[in-house]
Design a protein around this ligand. Structure first.
Ligand code: HMG
Ligand code: MG
Length: 295
C-alpha cells in the first residue's frame, strides 16, 4: 500500500448537481468552506453548463464569489465548451475540467455531442486554459459501463485518455459513472489505460450504486493510482445516467484508507461535520429536517 493518497472532493459539484431541491448558493458556500478546512487540496465547486439542463449548478458565479478561499486549495469547475470556460474563468475558478464519454450514447445524452464533436468543443477550451495558465483536468465517463450502450471496451477508454493527455490535461479522472463496474472490469480497463498513461496521471472516480466503489478503489490502488474522487456524505449522481445516485463517500473512503495505513491528510472531525451538513442538504436520514425546509 502507498503511504499517501489524495482525495479530490467532488461533492459540491457531482454530489449536488442532481439534487431535486433548489439549494441556495449560501448553503453550497457553507459546505465548501467547511471542506476547505478539512485538508483537501482540490475541491470541485461548480460547473458552467447550460443552466436549463442542470439548474442546480446555475449559481456557479455566486458560489465561487462567496467562498472564503483557503490558500493552497484549488477550486475547480467543469467546462464543456468555450462558453463554459469563459464563465468559469471570469468567476475565478482555479482549475477547469473538460468531460468526455467513452461511449457515444452517454456523450450524446450528457453533452449533446458525439465524441468527435465533443473534442472539437474542447480544443478552444484547452487553448484558452493554456493561455490563461489554468490547469485542465479531463474526465472520461462510462469507463466500464454505459447506461445506453452497455459494457465499454477498455480500448475505447485508453484511446480517449491518450487524446485528453495530448490536449493538455494534467490528469485524467476515470469515471465509473453508473456504479456497475466490478473489480474485474475495472482491472481490465486500467490495464488498457496504463498502456497509454502512467498511474501518476490518472485518478479513479467511482460511483457506489452497485456497492463496489471501495472494492474498485482498492483495485485501482493496486494498479498504482494515488488520486480518488469522492463526495462528502455520499452525495451524488448524474442527471443523464438514470439510477446513478451516490459517489463514493469521502469520509468512508478516508476511513478505509486509514485502516489500510494510507494517509489522506484529511481531518476526520471536520470531514464528519461536512458529511453531516451534506446529508442535511440532501434531505438527511429520516427524522432530520432538510435545510431550507419549512419548520
Ligand atoms: P448544446 O445545447 O449542445 O450547446 O449544449 P450549443 O452550443 O448548441 O448552445 C445552445 C444554447 O446553450 C445557446 O444558447 C448557448 O449559449 C447555451 P442560446 O443562444 O440558444 O440562448 N450554452 C451555454 N450556456 C451556458 N453555459 C454553457 C453553455 N453552452 C451552451 N457552457 C452542453 C452543450 C454541454 C452545454 C449541454 O448539453 C449541457 O449543459 N449539458 C449538461 C452536462 C452536465 O453538466 N452533465 C453532468 C456533469 S458530467 C458528470 O457528472 C460525469 C462526471 O462526474 C464523471 C462521471 O461520473 O462519469 C464528470
Ligand atoms: Mg460522477
Amino acid at each position: 500500500m502507498p503511504e499517501r493518497v489524495e482525495i479530490f472532493e467532488v461533492g459540491p459539484r457531482d454530489g449536488l448537481q442532481n439534487e431535486p431541491r433548489a439549494i441556495p448558493a449560501a448553503e453550497k458556500i457553507a459546505l465548501i468552506d467547511l471542506l476547505s478546512q478539512a485538508g483537501f487540496r482540490r475541491i470541485e465547486a461548480a460547473s458552467f453548463v447550460r443552466p436549463d439542463r442542470v439548474p442546480q449548478m446555475a449559481d456557479g458565479v455566486e458560489v465561487l464569489a462567496g467562498l472564503r478561499r483557503v490558500p493552497g486549495v484549488r477550486y475547480a469547475a467543469l467546462t464543456p465548451n468555450i462558453r463554459g470556460y469563459e464563465r468559469a474563468h471570469a468567476a475565478g475558478a482555479d482549475e477547469i475540467a473538460i468531460f468526455a464519454s467513452a461511449s457515444e450514447g452517454f456523450s450524446r445524452a450528457n453533452i449533446n455531442a458525439s465524441i468527435e464533436e465533443s473534442f472539437r468543443r474542447f480544443a478552444p477550451v484547452a487553448a484558452a486554459a493554456k493561455a490563461d495558465g489554468l490547469p485542465m483536468r479531463g474526465y472520461i465517463s462510462c469507463v466500464t459501463d454505459c447506461p445506453y450502450d452497455g459494457p465499454t471496451p477498455p480500448g475505447a477508454v485508453a484511446a480517449l485518455a491518450d487524446r485528453l493527455l495530448a490536449l493538455g490535461c494534467y490528469e485524467i479522472s476515470l469515471g465509473e459513472t453508473i456504479g456497475r463496474g466490478t473489480p474485474q472490469t475495472v482491472a481490465a480497463m486500467l490495464d488498457a489505460v496504463l498502456t497509454v498513461a502512467p498511474p501518476t496521471r490518472l485518478a479513479g472516480h467511482f460511483h457506489d450504486t452497485g456497492g463496489q466503489a471501495m472494492a474498485n478503489i482498492e483495485v485501482a490502488l493496486e494498479a498504482g493510482l494515488r488520486v480518488f474522487d469522492a463526495a462528502v456524505g455520499g452525495l451524488g449522481g448524474c442527471p443523464y445516467a438514470k439510477g446513478a445516485p451516490g459517489n463514493a463517500a469521502t469520509e468512508k473512503v478516508a476511513a478505509r484508507l486509514a485502516d489500510l495505513g494510507v494517509e489522506t491528510g484529511l481531518d476526520p472531525a471536520r470531514l464528519s461535520e461536512a458529511a453531516a451538513l451534506a446529508r442535511r442538504m440532501r434531505g438527511g436520514p429520516p427524522g432530520t429536517a432538510p435545510l431550507g425546509a419549512a419548520s
